[in-house]
Design a protein around this ligand. Sequence first.
Ligand SMILES: Nc1ncnc2c1ncn2[C@@H]1O[C@H](COP(=O)(O)OP(=O)(O)OP(=O)(O)O)[C@@H](O)[C@H]1O
Length: 387
Amino acid sequence: MSKILVVEDEAAIRRVLIKILSEENDSYQLSEAEDGLKAMELLKKEDFDLVICDIKMPKMDGVEVLQASKKIKPEIPFVMISGHGDLETAVHTMRYGAFDYISKPPDLNRLLNTVRNALDRNALVSENKRLKKKVSKNYQMIGESKEISFIIEIIEKVAPTEARVMITGPNGTGKELVAHWIHEKSERSKKPMIEVNCAAIPSELIESELFGHIKGAFTSAVKDRAGKFEAANGGTLFLDEIGDMSLSAQAKVLRALQENKISRVGSDKDISVNVRVIAATNKDLKKEIAAGAFREDLYHRLAVILIDVPSLNQRRDDIPLLIEHFAKKIAEEQGSVPKVFTEKAVKLLQEYDWTGNVRELRNVVERLIILGGVEISEEEVKLFARK
Ligand SMILES: Nc1ncnc2c1ncn2[C@@H]1O[C@H](COP(=O)(O)OP(=O)(O)OP(=O)(O)O)[C@@H](O)[C@H]1O
């Protein structure tokens, strides 16, 4: 259902507009106002998905309505209606944020197309906002321990720069979360962050995955395909588990970092890319270098800034906050009220050996929420928390 407000002082034209729109789509919910002041009253009280607004009106003209509405509800698209002699003003309204304008008498097809486009665009904007909110909530980094505060401080400093970052730490400590945060707080956040789990891709496919390939480069290459470096152009490429990358792929990544150029597998044509690389690993790369399994020059290129995420056992102070955070998130996902963990239950969980893993803590909280009562007690933790 789309709510549309028609603002037009000429009753005959208003009636025609309402008739055209209601016949076009019976899910349009139509309201009307015969002057600008009435329109503003309605705009303050109700939410609309679109306003169709005449320019020349007594009391308050269409341009004033547009400007006043942009101040209180900037997201509502406006389609202006221009009569003879105010076409120039109509063109000008685009600068004040009007979506489009149509001329009087309104042409049926043009009107309906413009309305559909404006509504589609509005739906897209709302969806983007919703997704954006969801993303930033999902990647919230919880913790007030000095270890996490330090990491948050580094993220704040390094995110707006172009510096490459290497994130190390045991499994499930939040390395991916750190990478997402850096991307989201950077200028590049308008462009994608592309993730590649280097450990999950067979070594013979990693080069094609990262750099793409041309048709015929190998048996299964039936058509040209862009790789992740190209997909991340303008944004961030997150190379997770980089310690598992083959040496030949490492050599190519090094070249991409040095020259900002890549070439697809099977092609000798260079393609320029502008990508910020963030890498993560749970391996000790110094050891990997000593064993000849990781290129030292690549390490230095990648680890301009090093962020080491400590294991959960080293920041037990954060556990109560994390339990509360996960309980709330799980309740949101299930559409239920968050369960409360008793103080003793929290204390017990705080003392457990988490082998460094926040993911493990989240799973345990989820299990306790499913199996436990309204209030999770110490006994329930003893019963259900162990692996
Ligand atoms: N400080 C934190 N606040 C909130 N959630 C966290 C925090 N740290 C980790 N998590 C959550 O724990 C889970 C594991 O985190 P993440 O995937 O970032 O870890 P990782 O170190 O990249 O793991 P792996 O090494 O297995 O790839 C995710 O669901 C993440 O949202």
